[in-house]
Design a protein around this ligand. Structure first.
Ligand code: IVH
Length: 680
């Protein structure tokens, strides 16, 4: 490895082309380790320095720069149009199956043609919902990328595809002289949500779904825009190959993986149509929790000899088929729009819909996000709208079918006053949300604030669920968080559906929660953008509530994870007299916490730990709190970068993934034992 830490970015010493090539090679290897294997071998800073060095050399010696240089991913000069290219081998489409019977028929057709009764070996794969592309490599070097087009000719999108970090520009050793790699470029849910959020904030058009977002991103004439889009390439096959290839499809997937491509780890080899149907059942159950859209599954005969014997019909192979899942987008009628007021006063328009079955559930409400979104969609009550529900994401109104607009469609008036307390509705410059200006005097805001205060990760007040909070506020028994602690037993017992025992339990829980921790209390206050982790960081950096309240925005920004926006929210929160009074009241009521040790040593700094399954003794929140305090990052998903997985009971796919990746796993017992080493 080059000792780049000592290399000046711009050196006066003459650079040699060998050194330049060496840096390129190393960057290619780091790219694969980071983006493909998910297992970086060097710190990001080292990578950045190497890249800076490469760019400096390229500035001095522009004639050395080749199209496959790692520097070329940042985006090239905009194009005026895409040129068309002819695929070396056509890109075919797939026949569809919509039922188990269709799959049985497919299998039978294959057996009939092959004149066999033996079970066929199939490879099962997810059908990615993105854009099909073909990548051409000559002697292991990326030459061009093309869209599917009409299957024979597509558009040259090389400049754009080059910017995708997980598309190898150079293949790992021994590559065929010519290799067309076929696959799908898609946008994972998280990236899609982030992109749309950013588009919304910037007042720009949002994308209806990740497929359109992926396709739209690939068709940018300015590749620097594509470079910013969270796109992933997944290889699922090959086109023309001049050179050695394995003799089965499954081995070809392995081959592609070894060459540096991302290949789905959901691909499986199964025996017989029974294996395919079983795969369908398992994947259907998994679909909602996958971090990307799939619109079905693809089944392919594994052996190439059999594939060749089966051949093609029209433009589709006989040896493969796609089985479609139920749609994640459906049309329905927008019956009304209601406005809900959240904890921070944000007024959210909610679409009331003619119930529609989409993404596996019946949807009758969907979010319209904010005032700007209504404007952008130009949606009216009575319109037919496209509802999208993918994975666990909340249902969205993704578009309007203008052709179906009825003559009596009504425009949507965004309220000028809070629909709950009538205070003025205000929009802060630069923010998309319109907020009620009533603060905690608005019953809707105080209800949400109380629910948040009582929630498990905050003060964890057992027995005080959302319904009960609604009831208490609606009955006029409480108005603020502090009022919770003064409700007499008799008043609780008098509530509908409240037995004396539950009322006593609730009073005990309220008493019990008074002994808390500073991170919990800070989180419970519901300061905007202050989640659990940020609250912990604030507590352990500042040491006391007084110090947080007195800190300037600059001082707050010294806290890990706290940027200018969050610092401002915290500062503003402690400037408001109502908040200061509430905190004083709560302390007088007896809420207290031990002074947190200001962090010196963090033995788990730099470690990533994943909690999964049910932790019966400790509970997830507490485990997370302890680990965060010790400096660890508690992550939501397992990758090769994970240091430890704590698997409680009923742990599922995360545990399996950890085992597959060889990540250390502890059960709860083992974890509690392991933690004792950090006890002081
Ligand atoms: S195989 C000859 N495998 O589905 C077979 N296609 O009509 C060629 N797709 O737009 C396709 N995931 O891009 C294959 N695992 C997968 C796929 C897949 C998505 C797309 C493909 C094309 C359509 C096939």
């Amino acid at each position: 490895m080059l000792d780049c830490d000592t290399l000046p970015v711009s050196s006066s010493e003459p650079v040699t082309i060998e050194e330049y090539r060496q840096i390129q090679l190393e960057l290619h290897q780091h790219n694969i380790a980071y983006y493909v294997d998910d297992a970086p071998t060097v710190p990001d800073a080292h990578y950045d320095r190497l890249m800076q060095r490469l760019l400096a050399i390229e500035a001095e010696q522009p004639q050395w720069v080749s199209a496959d240089s790692p520097s070329q991913r940042v985006g090239a000069a905009p194009l005026s149009r895409f040129t068309s290219v002819t695929h070396l081998q056509p890109m075919l489409s797939l026949g569809n199956a919509f039922s188990a019977q269709d799959m049985q028929d497919f299998d039978q057709r294959i057996k009939d043609r092959l004149k066999t009764t033996d079970d066929i070996v199939y490879v099962c794969e997810p059908k990615f919902d993105g854009a099909a592309v073909s990548l051409l490599y000559r002697n292991g070097v990326f030459e061009r990328a093309a869209t599917r087009g009409d299957g024979t000719t597509g558009e040259d999108i090389s400049q754009n595809v080059r910017t995708l970090k997980n598309v190898p520009l150079v293949l790992m050793e021994d590559s065929p002289a010519v290799l067309e790699v076929r696959g799908e470029i898609y946008m994972p849910h998280a990236g899609f949500e982030r992109l749309n959020e950013a588009q919304r904030k910037a007042g720009q058009k949002t994308f209806v779904n990740p497929r359109n977002a992926a396709a739209g991103s690939l068709r940018q004439l300015d590749s620097s825009i594509t470079a910013q889009r969270p796109l992933v390439f997944n290889a699922y096959g090959v086109g023309l190959v001049e050179g050695e290839l394995p003799d089965t499809h499954f081995a070809t997937l392995e081959f592609l993986r070894a060459k540096g491509f991302v290949v789905s780890d959901l691909a499986e080899r199964v025996v017989g149509v029974g294996g395919c149907l079983d795969y369908y059942t398992r994947m259907e159950a998994k679909r909602a929790s996958l971090p990307f859209d799939i619109d079905g599954l693809v089944f392919k005969v594994d052996a190439f000899t059999l594939q060749r014997r089966l051949g093609f019909v029209a433009r589709a192979p006989r040896f493969a088929i796609a089985q479609k899942f139920p749609a994640q987008e459906e049309m329905t009628v927008l019956k009304a729009v209601e406005f809900q007021v959240g904890r921070t006063g944000a007024i959210t328009p909610v679409a009331r819909l003619e119930p529609v079955f989409v993404g596996g559930v019946t949807v009758s409400n969907a979010t319209l996000h904010n005032r700007d979104e209504i404007k952008r969609l130009a949606v009216m009550v009575g319109d037919t709208v496209i509802i999208r529900r993918a994975g666990d994401v909340i249902p969205q109104v993704a578009g309007v079918v203008l052709e179906r607009r009825p003559a009596d469609a009504q425009s949507i008036e965004f309220p000028l006053h809070c629909p709950v307390c009538d205070a003025a509705a205000e929009q802060v410059d630069g923010e998309a949300a319109v907020r009620c200006s009533g603060g905690l005097s608005c019953p809707a805001q105080s209800k949400e604030a109380i629910k948040h205060f009582a929630s498990r990760k905050a003060m964890d007040i057992d027995g005080l669920g959302d319904k009960l909070v609604e009831q208490l506020v609606d009955e006029g028994l409480i108005h603020t968080i502090a009022d919770l602690f003064t409700v007499p037993l008799e008043a609780l017992v008098a509530l509908e559906r409240m037995a004396e025992k539950s009322a006593r339990n609730l009073l005990n829980a309220l008493e019990h929660c008074k002994k808390t921790t500073l991170p919990r209390f800070l989180y419970a206050l519901g300061i905007r953008e202050v989640g659990q982790t940020t609250a912990s960081n604030i507590a352990f950096h500042m040491g006391s509530l007084e110090a947080v309240a007195a800190a300037t925005e600059e001082q707050l920004q010294e806290i890990p994870d706290v940027g200018p926006v969050v610092a401002q929210h915290i500062h503003v929160f402690f400037q408001q007299p109502g908040n200061v009074a509430l905190i004083e009241q709560l302390q007088q009521i007896g809420i207290h916490w031990p002074a947190p040790q200001v962090l010196g040593e963090q033995p788990l700094a730099g470690k990533t730990i994943v909690l999964t399954g049910t932790l019966e003794q400790m509970g997830r929140s507490e485990a997370k709190e302890r680990l965060t305090l010790l400096g660890a990052k508690v992550a939501g998903s397992v990758s090769a970068k994970t240091h430890l997985v704590v698997a409680g009971t009923k742990a599922g796919s995360k545990l399996t993934k950890a085992q597959d990746l060889g990540v250390e796993v502890l059960d709860e017992e083992g974890f509690i034992q392991w933690l004792t080493q950090f006890d002081s």
